[in-house]
Ligand binder design. Sequence first.
Ligand SMILES: *[C@@H]1O[C@H](CO)[C@@H](O)[C@H](O)[C@H]1NC(C)=O
Ligand SMILES: *[C@@H]1O[C@H](CO)[C@@H](O)[C@H](O)[C@H]1NC(C)=O
Ligand SMILES: [Zn+2]
Length: 449
Amino acid sequence: MDHHRPSSWLIALSLVLVQLLLEPFPSSCLSISAKEAQGVYEYEHHNNLELNVFLQKVSAKCPTISRLYQLSEKSVSGWPLTVIELSSNPGEHQLLKPEFKYVANMHGNEVLGREMLLRLADYLCTEYLNNNQEIQKLLNSTRIHLLPSLNPDGWDIAASNYKSKDWLMGRSNLNGVDINRDFPDLDVIAFRRGSKEDFINSLVSHKMQPETRAAVIWILSNPFVLSANLHGGALVANYPFDETPDGSTNTYTASPDDQTFKHLARTYANKHKTMSKEGSKCDNDEDFTKQGGITNGAAWYSVAGGMQDFNYLASNSFEITLELGCEKFPPANKLREEWENNKEALVEFIKQAHIGIKGIVRDTFGNPIDGAVVRVQNYTDGIGRVINHDVTTTSEGEYWRLLTPGLYHVMAAKPNYNPQTKTVRVEEDQAKKSSGAKLVHFVLKPLFE
Ligand SMILES: *[C@@H]1O[C@H](CO)[C@@H](O)[C@H](O)[C@H]1NC(C)=O
Ligand SMILES: *[C@@H]1O[C@H](CO)[C@@H](O)[C@H](O)[C@H]1NC(C)=O
Ligand SMILES: [Zn+2]
């Protein structure tokens, strides 16, 4: 498929331009069109160069609440994988402030999420400046990372073959690999209750594409709490597990956090203008509106090596997959309407990083305990049911545990310390409270002093 690739000198030239753009330089160098000067958003498809220029402009408009950075590796052809971070203290993790991420366009031909994240970045920046209290509160309490494209090479192929209307052209990366099948398959290990060593071996032994590796390193090196993976070609909010344990093509495969994931998926589907509404199914699709616009991933079709389950099984992040619309590459004149469809849902979903409980695990000397395990039992119905998915504390002793309303026993434990258990009631609408997640701290006594 060589003739689909942009010529190498063009890539080289573009890369030089991107490098220049990513160097910090005064915002006056960025040309501003007449429309932009009036604060009017121009709905259009942004190619890879324009994407980077756009993010640079947003960051220049909001220097105190944003920052650009790149993932540790570039795409196969050499495009940077650029992230815009929006938060009241960009560039640093603040104690107990949850980290959130949206990733789009990992399938290069599914471009709606990419444009929605660019629009979202501009919206969050502009509304913060406009004193919108909701957005200020969100950015003051949450660190938001937006990666508009995990597969810029695929986008180039899809955009240059736009007229062919081929359903798959540009889906994979430049080496022809589907990034959403390229993550270490931790499900198979989880299903047979494998050990931590099995997990680590699977991570090390699996040879990944650079885009996948960049995502894996990013996921493992930040304390993300919640995330979503943005796709297109269908209209549904999809939640773990994505893979069936027996190799069957479609069997409902509940994760231990099925209740919480349903809540998360429903939040998006209900806030989206059409996702949960009768009559909004895409051609060739099942009618997901009968299920409120949500589906268990494996019940739809089994996926091995996807990013969603990797997040849940390898990190503390709860991730769902959002199919944002029936058209994978909608024309530019549909983008305004799509933004109106997705805007509230995109914002409301980020707020869900504040449901449940969070806190710090310390020892009796007040030192934070790194790598302590926080385990939850659901006592809402009077019978203790372990939710078989522990979260682990950060180097500062922090943990976040997303939970739906109910009564829980929460235990913090670490080898060589006495575990501590607390009883907690998680209220309805916890996320709306000014403090966000309920604070539940732990103090563990060392066994041998
Ligand atoms: C957000 O934080 C900024 C800076 O500390 C503050 O000026 C602003 O009032 C806060 N906004 C809200 C809604 O909390
Ligand atoms: C705990 O159990 C209650 C009652 O069955 C349920 O409503 C709630 O969603 C459960 N919580 C979680 C996190 O599964
Ligand atoms: Zn996709």
